[in-house]
Design a protein around this ligand. Structure first.
Ligand code: SF4
Ligand code: SF4
Length: 189
């Protein structure tokens, strides 16, 4: 469920040396919160929820991007030299899976079998998010109302979720893309 893609091209991003695709304020869902709570990162969740830079909704929250002096935006978690400061498994679904067209991963025949996997993963995430939201609604709590009970409930319910993902995929696969400039390894896991 926390699968992700890492691409070495991102370290020398052809779009923008400073921020690449990380111009957004990432949105975290109840499924992300469930993962954080069950992996010893309760503090991380609480800090994000209490942050003045966070826009809270009932079942998700967004960490607002920074507006720079030149009016461009950049994600608050982005570092100009190391990229994303959040470990892969802690990023939201979009950030774990997004690769820009410049990487051209999905045109490579070796990567095609993963397309179905990512589509199913997205469906699973939506299904789990809806289940968690419904359970919170049933108990009358949310990220806005009775938050402590909501977090406890999400932590418990997340543990009991069954992820119905397709079988037959390796734990991880590294695909070396040939680019005119140089080779570009992509790790999918
Ligand atoms: S996905 Fe594309 S735009 Fe984003 S950092 Fe990587 S190379 Fe740059
Ligand atoms: S959370 Fe990380 S990957 Fe996502 S936009 Fe921010 S810096 Fe980029």
């Amino acid at each position: 469920m926390r699968s992700g893609i890492e691409c070495s091209l991102c370290m020398r991003c052809p779009r923008d040396q400073v921020q690449g695709c990380c111009v957004i304020g990432p949105v975290f869902l109840l499924t992300d919160i469930g993962h954080f709570i069950n992996n010893g990162s309760d503090d991380f969740v609480i800090k994000l929820l209490d942050s003045p830079y966070t826009d809270l909704s009932e079942h998700q929250f967004r960490v607002r991007a920074v507006v720079r002096a030149d009016n461009r935006t950049v994600c608050r978690f982005h570092h100009p030299e190391i990229g994303c400061r959040i470990p892969l498994a802690y990023r939201n679904t979009v950030c774990r899976q997004f690769l820009c067209p410049e990487v051209r991963l999905w045109q490579d025949r070796r990567a095609r079998r993963w397309v179905q996997f990512w589509l199913r993963l997205q469906e699973e995430e939506i299904r789990c998010q809806q289940l968690l939201a419904a359970e919170c609604a049933r108990k009358g709590c949310s990220l806005l109302v009775r938050r402590q009970e909501c977090l406890q409930l999400i932590g418990e319910q997340y543990r009991s979720l069954v992820f119905d993902l397709p079988e037959g995929y390796p734990q991880a696969e590294c695909i070396m893309l040939d680019r005119q400039e140089r080779e570009c390894p992509v790790l999918i896991k």
